[in-house]
Every structure is written in structure tokens, then in C-alpha cells.
Ligand binder design. Sequence first.
Ligand code: UD1
Ligand code: UDP
Length: 382
Amino acid sequence: MKIVTLIGARPQIIKAAALSRAIKNRFSDEIQEVIIHTGQHYDTNMSQAFIDELGIPEPDYNLNIGSGSHGVQTAGMITGTEEILLREKPDYLVLYGDTNSTLAGAIAASKIHVPIAHIEAGLRSFNKSMPEEINRIMADHASTLLFSPTGTGLQNLIREGFDKDNLPPFTADHPGIFHCGDVMYDNSRYFRKIAEEKSDILKMQQLEGEPFFLATVHRDNNTDQPERLNAIFEAFLEISRESRTPLVLPLHPRTAKLLGKNLDNRLYHQLQQEENIRLIPPVSFLDMIILESRCEMVFTDSGGVQKEAYFFEKPAIILRSETEWKEIIEQGCGIIVNADRNKIIQAFEHFSRVRKELQFPPLFGDGKATEFIAGILLQNQS
Ligand code: UD1
Ligand code: UDP
């Protein structure tokens, strides 16, 4: 069978590595994979570096869409993807997550009746002001095969009218929904050993054997609203100063571009001068694994990073008003603090006290989600 995989943003490139690896190792005689990169992310350290490092086949097509308003970006991707799907005639278009690339793929494929397999289906924040919430709902409702990483995701789909007892043959009107575990859990298990051997990030940052915190910030409502961005960075500054502990923050290009513009001048200069605040360019996935697995705790508004914090048994302070990964909160290993300076500091103090007592039972599958997905794709060739 032939699948076309659509990638575009950093996390999708990383997620796609897991299925490509399963196809290469187990299903290379049965599944041919064609890869489209929309070009949504294009800096080397947001895109090509992951393709090279994680052994993903070089994309067969790059739409080179780049940045733009939601409409401009998504429209360009729909046009480019449609053309390729008409040429390639795949059995499935495989989509990941909830970015504009995901939405574009869903619209392009569903209109010309190419069945869609959506990996990371069913996740909901119940906050439609997030572009991702719209993208994921639309992608799910256009899909034929829906693979949910968590039980919560499966329940969300059932609540929206999907029937878990549907039997093959599956179509967009009679879709199949599956709870299969998280492909990123597969990836972190697989790449951890490789990261231990190859990454030199701790040496580069002079953090070998030293305690440090890890943070990432990139959500549009945090970067684009000065009040929120200031509150988050004020808390970071206070925490790293008071605890005299470095806080490492690989900066998403969106954030890098907006820090100077949206932070108060005074705070911006304090951050530049504070030796314990380490604003660094985006790091590779192997470096990120090392930072996540060795840090004391994680501050993040990223979906992927809050989950990886859990995989590596670190508490996560979540800089959002809600999360799609509510199991982490229920387990007591994550706290939602929004962009509230006081709540960030309180959560930090809480985890500083209880960190060693936290339990991280497996919540995200058995590390074989991609093999399951490849098996279901094969059983349901269109
Ligand atoms: C996108 C996704 C978000 C995901 C994130 C992963 C949407 C709506 N959002 O957000 O769900 O969590 O990717 O990282 O799809 N930029 C560069 N170089 C790059 C890429 C981006 O400079 O290689 C800058 C540009 O100024 C661009 C901005 O970052 O305008 C935002 O990029 P964009 O892809 O539109 O959204 P993200 O914030 O990255
Ligand atoms: N990541 C990375 N380098 C970085 C920051 C993040 O490799 O400098 C990885 C991280 O480990 C996770 C993914 O990128 O696997 C998360 O992407 P991001 O936070 O951009 O998006 P989200 O998951 O929120 O959609």
C-alpha cells in the first residue's frame, strides 16, 4: 500500500520519525511512504536538523510555504497538497497533531476523497480560541482512521459521536477509532539511549552534574500578549535568581522575535544580564531529551514538552489555562498555572518540596504505538 505523510512543524517532523522507523524496520515490503513537507517550519534548527538527526527519509516534496497569516499559510498548503495527492493517489494521507499543516492536509484530502489517518486524534483543550483546537476538530471529523494516544482522547471522540464499535470497512462516514498509545512515547524510548551517547548539550552549557530548570514558551497567546509574556519571564527571573539555579530556555523563533518587542525594557535587560537565564537557540531532539531527562523541573506551554517531562519523570509547570493531557494533572505531576506570575512561583515551590515523592506510572502506551498504527493501516487498505 502507499501512504502519503504530511509534515510541516517541528513536532510533526519528530512524530513522523516513529512511523517511518516502524515502516523501515517491519513493513518495508508492504508499505511505501511518500513524504510531503509543507515548509511551515523552515529554519534549519526547526526542520532539516530533525530530518538528518532522526533518520527520517528526505521528504519527496517540499511545498516551501513558510510563515504567513493563518489563511495565507493554510491556503497555500491546501493547493500544494491537493496537487500531490492527485498525482500520488495514496491509500491514505497520514496527518499528525493539530497545526495548520494538519488542517490543510485534512481539507485537501477529504475533498478529493483520499482517506485520512489522523495520529493524535481526539485531543481537546475545549478552548476554541486556540488555532490548534479548530485544526484538530476539523481533522478528526474528516478522518477515516483515528488514532488516539490516550483514553481521554478516545472518550472525547465518543462524546462527539464517533462509534468505537464501528467495524471495517471504514470510511469518513463510518470511521474507525483506536486508542493506541503515544508515538512520542515510542520516540523517547527509542532515542534516549542514542541521546545519552551523542548529545553534548550539558557540556556545552557547563551543566554536567549541576541542577538546572528547563523552559519552553511558544504559544501565540503567550508570545503575542505582552502582559502574559512579562508575567512568565518575571517568574523565570525570580525563580532562577532566588534558587541560584540556571534556567535553560531554548527559544522558539516566534518567541525570539517577540521578546524584544513585547517584554518591558527593564525586564528584557535584566534577562540579558542574568547569568542564570540561558536563552539559547532551539536545540536538537537528542539534546532536548538530555535536557528533559536531567533537569529538576520543566516550565512549558508546549504540548510535546509537557508530555516528555512526564516520560522522563519530571514535574511540569504548564503555562496555559488548560491542557489536552489532563492525565498528567490528575497524576499530580503537572500543574496548570496559566501566565500568572504568582501561580508559577507557587507551583515551583510546591514541586521543589514534593518532587522526589511523585509517581509516574505509564499513561502513554507500551512504546509500540507506531507498529499498531502500521498494522491497522495495512488491514484497512482502501
Ligand atoms: C506552530 C503550530 C503550533 C505548534 C508549533 C510547534 C499552528 C497554527 N501552530 O506554531 O500548534 O505548537 O508550530 O512549534 O500551526 N518562524 C521562524 N522560523 C521557522 C518557523 C517559524 O522564524 O522555521 C517564526 C515566524 O516568524 C512565524 C512564527 O515563527 O511567523 C510562527 O510560526 P508558525 O508556524 O506560524 O506557528 P508556530 O508558532 O510555530
Ligand atoms: N523540541 C526540540 N528542541 C527544542 C524544543 C522542542 O527538539 O528546542 C522538541 C520537543 O522535545 C518535542 C517537540 O519539539 O518533541 C515539541 O515541539 P513544540 O514545543 O514546538 O510544539 P508542540 O508540541 O507544542 O506542538
